[in-house]
Write a protein that binds this ligand. Structure first.
Ligand code: AMP
Ligand code: MG
Length: 430
């Protein structure tokens, strides 16, 4: 049995980034860029009207007496329209947001400033414009103010969220080179297990770990590969493990503790998986197993044997699997683990003398004055206390009870740092 911090450090030291890949832009959603995105155009690509109104020469407005300027409308320009016409002194263009500013003019007076009926003020008519707040150059986005062709608009390492994907699209990147998206095989073991669509008979248990771990994997932007259920027979587990070793990560649950049918550690070794640790001084989730299958000339597979009890499995996922997936995906160190904070207990929390404990809790209040309320939870087979928890109380070993008002460490259960996305092949064109 090893200490929690040592176990986490071993996972961090074993996992390494997957080789970057070139992929369609949208398939890189949630991933870290491995090469910068360089713009092939200026943004805006030309001087752009930012208001519906009249494109004018600032000199004409400056010369007008009493603030009102009378101008001849010589052309109508909707977004997408272009004109070769140069607007001469005393003239203006009726223009819509998004149209290129024609030659000769340099500012837009909003349509609301027309003294006459703006609906009739089109090419061929004369308008009187009264803009008390007029500034030369107003309501025009100049060519290249956002970026220039050749600029690296997104440096390597950028996490591709919605804004970054939009920016890359604008910069002309239909494809990007991004970190690999980890493929994670998920195998549930246990002869008592039945799929969630079956009503469990006496002695049977629904496989909740399979969907739960697939969800946890997907929420981190990795790709779950469900392998279903293997019964507690060495041949069945061995065949499924062999299949799982084709993925970047194998998450197996059940069969790793000390029962007669806990065959998994031995099968891992027979399948060529090198053990790195088995059993961590922590609750819930003590039986967790971690190792690596290394293959010459090919990528290795990280292998986690998670406890069968669902709450234990989930806590082990957060503690050990999460950092591994983040490292594989090339994410920055500050995204490897759930964020931590300190909070004041509102009710007693049950710790343990011999090992650190994670308890599901409800966190309330501002970040500098958080309170933590432990949620009713009956033990490691009880997922209900975890559903709806927005954090965990992380209690150090040594004390059976932590009194209300004591200050405790908490872990924020949040997925905000990464954009949840579906598997890449479900996405269409970029
Ligand atoms: P094990 O780790 O195999 O000894 O299992 C510990 C407990 O977790 C047993 O009560 C199992 O029935 C239960 N369990 C194992 N795998 C799953 C699973 N995939 N979904 C729900 N419960 C499970
Ligand atoms: Mg079992």
């Amino acid at each position: 049995m090893i200490e929690l911090a040592d176990a986490i450090a071993l996972v961090e030291a074993t996992a390494g980034p997957l080789p970057p890949r070139r992929m369609r832009l949208l398939d890189a959603c949630g991933l870290a860029l491995a090469e910068p995105v360089v713009a092939d155009v200026d943004s805006p690509p030309w001087d752009r009207a930012m208001m519906d109104g009249f494109a004018v020469r600032s000199a004409d407005v400056a010369a007008a007496s009493g603030g009102v300027v009378a101008l001849d409308v010589v052309v109508d320009l909707a977004a997408g329209d272009v004109t070769a016409l140069e607007i001469r002194p005393g003239c203006c263009a009726r223009i819509m947001t998004g149209a290129p500013i024609p030659a000769g003019v340099d500012a837009v007076i909003p349509v609301e400033c027309a003294c006459d009926d703006a609906a009739t003020a089109h090419a061929g008519s004369r308008v009187n414009l009264d803009d008390q707040k007029f500034r030369p150059g107003q309501h025009v986005a100049r060519q290249g103010v956002a970026f220039r062709a050749g600029d690296a608009v997104l440096p390597a390492g950028s996490l591709l969220g919605a804004a970054e994907i939009g920016l890359a699209a604008e910069a002309g990147a239909t494809h990007v080179v991004a970190a690999g998206r980890p493929r994670v095989a998920i195998l549930s073991t246990g002869s008592e297990l039945v799929p969630p669509d079956a009503v469990p008979a006496f002695g049977q248990t629904r496989n909740s770990n399979g969907p739960m771990l697939a969800a946890a994997v997907r929420l981190l932007g990795a790709e779950p590969i469900p392998l279903g259920i293997a019964v507690d027979r060495p041949e069945a587990i061995r065949a499924a493990v062999a299949q799982g070793l084709a993925a970047d990560v194998l998450l197996l649950s059940g069969g790793v503790s000390a029962g007669d049918l806990d065959l998994v550690p031995d099968i891992f070794l027979r399948c060529g998986v090198e053990k790195i640790f088995h059993k961590v001084r922590h609750k819930p989730g003590k039986p967790v197993w971690f190792g690596v299958a290394r293959r010459e000339g090919a990528a290795s597979t990280l292998v986690f044997g998670l406890p069968g009890n669902p709450a234990s499995s989930l806590v082990c996922f957060e503690l050990f699997v999460r950092p591994a997936l983040m490292i594989l995906a090339g994410q920055p160190r500050d995204a490897w683990h759930l964020p931590r904070a300190s909070a004041r207990l509102t009710a007693p929390a049950k710790g343990a003398a011999d090992r650190p404990v994670y308890l599901p809790c409800r966190l309330d209040g501002p970040p500098d004055a958080l309170t933590a309320t432990p949620l009713p939870w009956t033990g490691s087979s009880d997922l209900r206390g975890f559903a709806g928890a927005n954090g965990y109380v992380a209690l150090p070993a040594g004390r059976a009870t932590h009194e209300p008002s004591s200050e405790v460490d908490v872990v924020l259960r949040t997925y905000e740092r990464v954009q949840p996305v579906g598997p890449p092949r479900a996405q269409s064109g970029s």
